[in-house]
Design a protein around this ligand. Structure first.
Ligand code: TK8
Length: 353
């Protein structure tokens, strides 16, 4: 008798577990952030939450621009809520991009370099010493070239709504002042997780280490790297002068920030919700570029008071450009010959205006 009762109890338990598992939903893949299986918030009544994952902290123009995006979206609809997570709280750039593909994160705004392993054509921005002014950047990214390039993300399950700005990248290190190519020799430089950045800094004579942005400050603090390269706002606002003594103006690469949305989640939104999000990303992008450029100028002046500053002379920069020429030749095919030629002709057209 006891055995029979035991068997029935176990059977009942298994049945309950089976029913609960079927309702609970499976892996993180395909389960949207709100936990619903894609039900549009408009039909269910409650607001849909859009989480934005950022690598930089809440002092940076990227965070302030994301809060501007939040204000614009939430002022136009009560069917959407925006939550901004800074300092890599949710994930680093590469993981956040993968989460967009799975539909387990709504929005992330990374630099273009880590995105190259998802869409190789974004490697045009890693070709060193090519973009040389914000006017040139705007002419190329806010026009047809930028639009056509952004359209390539959809095949990877990602929708790019706008081009925001990280900025022109500069070098810091904790070892010595940098004035010549020879001064770089042997420095351990953290670079973004991107093959062209690794090979560029090898061609410049350094010993590059690819690393997620979220690990960078600790690596400098523990001296596992001598230096890094980022735009002035990040250098100042992430407090790099606390762990880096020397600042060198190189402008070796321009990094855009990419406003990326999960296509899985995008396709679940209504046309009205999509339009609100798209227009807010574009308007907040204008705010972002203006704020970032103003912050970069102010940050440089503040950094000159906190670090030993050198600026590579135009003559010496020609030696830097000569040293990295093989990298540009080496990567033309990998990035895509057609897109590289389009990019370089856009630059030439702008320069000949
Ligand atoms: C922040 C990064 C950062 C980038 C880097 O998420 O990794 O050095 O410049 O801005 O995208």
């Amino acid at each position: 008798m006891f055995k029979k009762k035991n068997f029935l109890f176990t059977l009942l338990l298994l049945l309950i577990v089976a029913v609960l598992t079927a309702c609970g939903g499976g892996s993180t893949e395909g389960t949207t952030s709100s936990g619903s299986n894609g039900e549009s918030s408009e039909s269910s009544g409650e607001a849909r939450t859009l989480r934005i994952s950022l690598g930089l902290n809440d002092q940076h123009p990227l965070y302030h621009s994301s809060m501007k995006f939040k204000e614009l979206v939430e002022s136009q609809t009560d069917t959407l809520k925006v939550e901004v997570y800074h300092s890599g709280q949710i994930a680093d750039d590469r993981s956040a991009i993968e989460m967009l593909q799975f539909g387990t994160l709504e929005i992330t705004i990374p630099s273009s370099a880590p995105f190259v392993s998802f869409v190789p054509e974004y490697g045009v921005f890693d070709l060193p010493f090519t973009l040389t002014s914000t006017e040139m950047v705007d002419a190329i990214l806010q026009g047809e070239f930028g639009e056509n390039l952004a359209a390539k993300t959809e095949a990877q399950g990602i929708v790019q709504l706008a081009w925001w700005e990280n900025g022109f990248r500069q070098l810091t290190n904790d070892t010595k002042p940098i004035n010549t190519l020879e001064d770089l020799k042997g420095l351990k430089i953290r670079v973004m997780e991107n093959e062209m950045h690794i090979d560029t800094w090898k061609a410049l004579g350094t010993n590059p280490t690819p690393m997620a942005f979220t690990e960078l400050f600790t690596a400098m603090q523990q001296k596992t790297v001598d230096g890094q390269e980022n735009p002035y706002p990040s250098i100042l606002l992430e407090k790099y002068p606390e762990v880096q003594k020397y600042l060198t103006e190189t402008n070796h690469v321009y990094s855009p920030f990419l406003f990326l949305v999960s296509k899985k989640i995008w396709d679940e939104l209504s046309a009205e919700q999509q339009e609100i999000i798209r227009s807010a990303a574009i308007e907040a992008g204008e705010y972002n570029r203006e704020l970032t450029r103003q912050t970069a100028n102010e940050a440089l002046e503040e950094l000159k008071g906190q670090m030993e500053f050198t600026k590579i002379s135009d003559e010496e920069l020609e030696r830097f450009k000569e040293a990295v020429k093989p990298v540009i030749e080496q990567y033309k095919d990998q990035v895509g010959t057609e897109i590289v030629e389009q990019y370089l002709s856009e630059i030439e057209n702008f320069s000949n205006k």
